[in-house]
Design a protein around this ligand. Structure first.
Ligand code: FAD
Length: 297
């Protein structure tokens, strides 16, 4: 069976695209491995009407509502490879099944690579964070830290100071005089020593252990994650990809179509910055654009 559209990734962008295509009575095959980027967070913030909800619960409800449409299907499977044909696309799944469609929407999200600091990885999404709009007000006026990873970390520290007293942990890196001056003017402290580990009960954070023996009180640590595309499909297909300070961005036009006709990209892989709301909006754009292309060619 040839579907109208295949959507690789059933996270926020993919399910939004699938919902709009299904409401246009088009056959949609979503392929999803069920590992949304924010699965480490117990609560998702800022998405209208769902502020503080469990992100997995939002997605479970979206899946259930999508499957109420007779033309929608979800395969819990990994898309391994994809190919372009004269009149559409084929996607090979890890189970060996090959599916074909007129349009293909990539919505497989990003994967975050975290620094190797003891106590950090297990606190990701709880007390080790990257976005203060998503997770910031919960730590208001408590001691906050920013771990230096790139020059963007200076900007991040200047922003985080909006939520509470902030220290930039250089972890052995150097920053220039202008950055020092900007941080000082904003009241951000700077700690030069290397970071040895994070301390706290379970996922809570109470202190940061420094290599020089110092221990600093801290309630949350912000980092700039180094993100990469969660799947190699975009590179395989040969779409144009740009680099941004927060990771790779698949180049799309205002319809979320990539550099290849009929191939769309939505969500974190096709924009910066990132959020659930933006991913949903992109999914709606990609879904409705793909539908109009099916109708009008
Ligand atoms: C720790 C953390 C906390 C966050 N908190 C918030 C918050 O509070 N509020 C907010 O608005 N945003 C938050 N975000 C950002 C938010 O998670 C992303 O913006 C959002 O998940 C992007 O949606 P997406 O659909 O593009 O990708 P995702 O939600 O990551 O979904 C991608 C889907 O594609 C699947 N997939 C990947 N490869 C394949 C493949 N080859 N085959 C099939 N399926 C595949 C994945 O398993 C996943 O289900 C947070 C991010 C992180 C890292």
């Amino acid at each position: 069976m040839k579907h109208d559209a295949i959507i690789v990734g059933g996270g926020f962008a993919g399910l939004a695209a699938a919902t709009y295509l299904s409401r246009a009575r088009r056959s949609v095959q979503v392929v999803d491995t069920g590992r949304p980027r924010n699965r480490f967070a117990g609560a998702s913030h800022g998405f209208l009407g769902q502020d503080g909800s469990d992100p997995q619960a939002i997605l479970a409800a979206a899946r259930e509502q999508l499957l109420a449409y007779p033309t929608a299907q979800i395969a819990d499977a990994e898309a391994r490879t994809a190919r372009i044909h004269e009149d559409g696309f084929s996607v090979l799944l890890a189970n060996g099944e090959e599916i074909v469609a007129h349009k293909l929407i990539l919505a497989f999200g990003l994967r975050d690579e975290l620094p190797e600091i003891p106590g950090l990885q297990e606190r990701w999404g709880k007390t080790v964070l990257h976005c203060p709009y998503c997770h910031g007000i919960e730590f208001s006026d408590r001691e906050l830290g920013v771990l230096y990873r790139t020059p963007m970390s200076v900007h991040q520290a200047l922003l985080i100071a909006e939520w509470g007293p902030t220290t930039l942990y250089l972890n052995g890196a150097d920053i220039d005089g202008d950055s020092q001056a900007a941080l000082s003017a904003r009241g951000v402290s700077v700690e030069a020593a290397r970071v040895d580990g994070l301390i706290g009960s379970d996922k809570a954070l109470s202190a940061i252990q420094l290599a020089d023996g110092g221990v600093r009180t801290i309630a949350a640590l912000y980092i700039s994650p180094q993100s990469c595309l969660a799947s190699p499909l975009a590179e395989q297909l040969g779409v144009e990809i740009d680099e941004s300070p927060v990771g790779p961005v698949i180049r799309t036009d205002t319809d979320k179509m990539t550099s290849i006709s009929g191939l769309y990209a939505a969500g974190d892989i096709a924009r910066a910055p990132h959020s659930v709301s933006w991913a949903v909006a992109d999914g709606v754009t990609a879904g409705t654009s793909a539908h109009r292309a099916l109708v009008f060619g």
